[in-house]
Design a protein around this ligand. Structure first.
Ligand code: ZN
Length: 265
């Protein structure tokens, strides 16, 4: 089953045609979508989308609530309280997006760390899995995760683009790996293409991270460059091109993994 574990559906680029985007996804066999919450405001919007579209698209829409490291500057105890109450929604299946990003450094490091640790504690308290981001911050992220690893149940590093050493450290901590259309890129995707066969198939999940990261292997590149959940099969193709399993096997197993990981109904 095709399950897109990372969709930024509250992004303004989807505002004018949300319903069509969901219809195209369903028509293209993408059965379940996990909408990513990236700030308190966006997490609220995710909840609104779940409430608005869940009856029209039954058992298809789920969400996460969290604060992306880019948005960590405004983090406070009040935001933590907001996330805790949003997480009570019946379709919220994970805490995140959370983690460290020292590539763009849009928020000061100290606040990113404080915000990340608060998410780890919240996920542990609620018994929910973690949906994590990490860029150019693997050694500190791994140190922090090690300190919390006995407390939280499950975690996925979404949009993994790191190196082999980092990959094995995440796998050694029993974490899962999310792969986006990054792998389909014939230039910057090459290191990941060389690494993807090292990931046990039962630790792998797939995602579009739409509207970002359009898969560059698509037969038809949309003029506006917007990625959407209906393009998820291209991510599976990109992975299959670098592994022994067929595209269908990859779709089947990653779907099973996502259902178990997020306890999807
Ligand atoms: Zn991310």
């Amino acid at each position: 089953m095709l399950i897109d574990i990372g969709v930024n559906l509250s992004h303004k680029r989807f505002a004018h045609d949300t319903r069509e985007v969901l219809k195209y996804a369903r028509e293209n066999g993408v059965h379940k979508l996990i909408l990513t919450g990236t700030s308190v405001t966006e997490s609220n919007r995710v909840i609104d989308l779940l409430d608005k579209f869940s009856s029209e698209f039954p058992r298809m829409l789920y969400g996460t609530v969290g604060i992306h490291p880019h948005s960590a500057s405004g983090f406070s105890n009040a935001s933590l309280t907001d996330l805790r109450s949003l997480s009570a929604h019946s379709s919220v299946v994970a805490i995140g997006e959370t983690g460290l990003d020292f590539y763009r450094n849009l928020a000061p490091k100290e606040i990113q760390i404080e915000c990340f640790e608060a998410h780890l504690n919240l996920a542990s308290e609620l018994g929910l899995p973690l949906f994590m981001h990490e860029r150019e911050a693997s050694s500190l992220q791994i140190d922090i995760l090690k300190n919390h690893r006995n407390n939280f149940s499950k975690g996925v590093i979404h949009c993994f683009t790191g190196d082999r050493r980092t990959l094995y450290q995440y796998l050694d901590m029993d974490l899962y790996i999310g792969i986006t259309g990054w792998i389909c890129d014939q230039r910057r995707g090459i290191p990941l293409q060389n690494l993807i066969a090292d990931i046990p198939l039962d630790r792998l999940m797939i995602e579009t991270d739409s509207p970002y990261l359009l898969p560059r292997n698509m037969a038809f590149i949309p003029k506006d460059g917007r990625n959407e959940p209906s393009f998820l099969p291209w991510v599976a193709s990109g992975i299959a091109a670098c592994r022994e399993e067929s595209k269908n096997e990859i779709i089947k197993q990653t779907g099973k993994t996502a259902i178990n990981f997020f306890s999807l109904k």
